[in-house]
Design a protein around this ligand. Structure first.
Ligand SMILES: *Cc1c(COP(=O)(O)O)cnc(C)c1O
Length: 351
């Protein structure tokens, strides 16, 4: 059996999800409304302490309609360089939303607060754009699953408030972040005007994400969702799985985090240069293979030959993500595959 550590998006729907999908009450989401979609949106709003929710096809779509609904064209979005929206969302911020972004120095996804204070600008002036939006991501994918401290989020929100700028949080893995902090998701969402989270990742639903915020914001976002082709008709069939994801699947994420720690410790025991277990805060482990004098692609090919799939994140770094299908047995096998690969690469000349 292949052990797939490329992403938590590979998790398959549970039996309870399939059953709920089969029996879901359906309607036309962009006509009279789909009752199951409405139930999921209400549940998402409740879990995050927001007024309203919007079911979207993907995290990328949720982030895009958030940009469209928050900021006027020509505004500036303040963020760190590593965010998913800039790395992997095809430039929708510029080509569709017509926004400019300014990246700020950051440590493990947390922007420098002095730099943020300097960059915030309340109004358009002859020489500077107005801040349209402040963006945070938690857990932070490119920062190896790092979780933003609540104090940091609070400070960012306070600075943004001083300048009348809304705050959006990309919480694709919101429940992983909440689990790591030992708080309810709401405690994170409290520091955001809007927030997106995915049900399609570690929560095991097949498709979809939720955008939450104020009633007015969600009304605007709903219109933009239609503009980008996201009004999905009888979407209750997939929303049904999302309801089960929120009801039943958030409580088990601590297990994924334990497995990530176990993986990180096993890899650090092979060689200390591979990873620092202290940095595996959630379900993501970043591995640096530079000391082996092989690149990440050579590593992922060698691991795949041993039945372990991992993703090359950069030329020298690999990303592994733990999830519902990677229990203790899978993690032990993955560690063994890394150990064998390390041994092979260190006994054979590098090219
Ligand atoms: C996966 C992810 C997204 C996008 O979600 P998709 O459903 O793949 O479009 C956005 N932000 C972060 C941090 C992610 O990890």
């Amino acid at each position: 059996m292949t052990i797939d550590l490329r992403s938590d998006t590979v998790t398959k729907p549970t039996e309870a999800m399939l059953e709920r999908m089969r029996t879901a009450e359906l309607g036309d989401d962009s006509r009279d409304g789909d009752p199951t979609v409405m139930a999921l949106e209400a549940l998402a709003a409740e879990r995050t302490g927001k007024e309203a929710g919007l079911f979207v096809a993907s995290g990328t779509m949720g982030n895009l309609v958030a940009l469209l609904a928050h900021a006027d064209r020509g505004g500036e979005v303040l963020c760190d360089t590593g965010i998913h929206m800039l790395r992997s969302e095809m430039g929708g911020i510029a080509s569709i939303a017509g926004l400019f972004f300014r990246t700020l120095p950051a440590r493990r996804g947390a922007v420098d607060l002095d730099a943020l204070a300097d960059a915030l600008h309340s109004r358009l002036t002859p020489s500077r754009l107005a801040t349209g939006l402040v963006w945070m991501e938690t857990s932070h994918n490119d920062a190896g699953g790092a979780v933003l401290p609540l104090e940091h989020m609070k400070a960012v929100r306070a600075l943004a408030d001083d300048h009348g700028a809304p705050v959006h949080v990309d919480g694709a893995r919101l429940f992983n972040a909440a689990c790591a902090l030992g708080v309810e998701a709401k405690a994170i969402a409290d520091h955001a005007d809007s927030l997106m989270f995915c049900i399609s990742k570690g929560l095991s639903a097949p498709i979809g994400s939720l955008l939450v915020g104020s009633r007015d914001f969600i009304t605007r976002a709903r219109a933009f969702r239609r503009m980008v082709g996201g009004a999905m008709r009888q979407a209750g069939i997939i929303a049904a799985a999302g309801i089960v994801a929120l009801e039943e699947m958030t409580g088990r994420l601590a297990e994924d985090h334990r497995m990530a720690k176990r993986l990180a410790r096993g890899l650090a025991a092979i060689d200390g240069s591979l990873t620092d277990p202290a940095l595996a805060e959630t379900n993501i482990v970043r591995i640096d293979v530079a000391a082996s004098e092989r690149d990440a692609d050579q590593w992922t090919r060698a691991l795949a030959a041993r039945g372990v799939l991992a993703g090359a994140w950069t030329s020298r770094q690999i990303r592994c993500v733990t999830h519902r299908h990677t229990g203790p047995a899978e993690i032990e096998k993955a560690i063994a595959a890394f150990a064998e690969t390390w041994r092979d690469f260190n006994t054979a000349p590098s090219r």
